[in-house]
Write a protein that binds this ligand. Structure first.
Ligand code: SF4
Length: 246
């Protein structure tokens, strides 16, 4: 069982990665993308740096000790769907009595379809990184729009809790891009969507310029707000919140 999944890191306690639940986040090692704004650089390679890898047994014994305190376990990354043992790991964690969350970039539609159809996750957060025509430029890989859209329709019609989310760097995504993305979200009846502020730090593209928080025109803000039932903006700083209200 020790090599069921390759774990690059563990966040033992969080209130923000699964709605309304106290969670631990398991960061799975490796990702198929190279998003320019990615700040999880240490998780991108398939093999963890020496000393950062945590065995699945260690995770299980950690979760045994936290029973009654933690409510859910979120599999994040990297890209969790890359790992063969993900579904089994999710089942084992669910058997321990935990709710299971998953954060994914949405590329592995076959794996995600199985997870949704078999209800292996209780909450799924999927990245919506850019207008489809700009995916490759921003993430390093093109995405299959039809498969991604089919997956969205399946998830929305399931009773699994979900969220679509976009990391916004003002130098990467324009208002025009965001209008296009809003059209897709509304057309696919996405009810839960978060625009997340880009976090400065050790991003994959070291030349990425400073981005001034999340700033939307009134027209675009109204489009999101009126078209999407639960539209939120995640921003760490007060300055950004004020900017939004302006
Ligand atoms: S931000 Fe992009 S490159 Fe980084 S872990 Fe997520 S999907 Fe992978």
């Amino acid at each position: 069982m020790s090599d069921l999944i390759t774990i690059g890191g563990l966040q033992p306690f969080t209130m923000i990665d699964y709605p309304r639940k106290i969670s631990a986040v398991v960061f799975l090692q490796g990702c198929n993308l190279r998003c320019r704004y990615c700040y999880n650089r240490s998780l991108l390679c398939s093999k963890a740096d020496k000393g950062t890898e945590i065995s699945f047994e260690n995770l299980v014994s950690f979760l045994e000790k936290r029973r009654g305190f933690l409510e859910s376990v979120v599999f994040s990354g990297g890209e969790p769907c890359l790992q063969q043992g993900l579904k089994e790991a999710m089942c084992l964690v669910a058997d321990m009595g935990y709710k299971v969350g998953l954060h994914t970039n949405g590329f592995y539609t076959d794996v995600l379809t199985e997870i949704i159809e078999k209800k292996l996750a209780d909450f799924i957060a999927i990245d919506f990184k850019a207008p489809f025509s700009r995916y490759e430029e921003i993430t390093g890989a093109a995405i299959n729009k039809e498969e991604y859209s089919r997956l969205a329709d399946l998830l929305v019609s399931s009773n699994i809790e979900y969220e679509y989310r976009t990391t916004l760097h003002n130098g990467l995504l324009s208002e025009k891009d965001l209008f296009e993305m809003a059209d897709w979200l509304i057309a696919h009846r996405i009810d839960n969507y978060a625009l997340q502020e880009y976090k400065h730090g050790n991003s994959f593209d070291q030349k990425l310029a400073y981005s001034l928080g999340v700033s939307l025109s009134n027209l675009l803000y109204d489009k999101f707000k009126n078209g999407i039932k639960n539209f939120i903006i995640r921003s760490d700083s007060d300055a950004n919140s004020k900017k939004l209200a302006a």
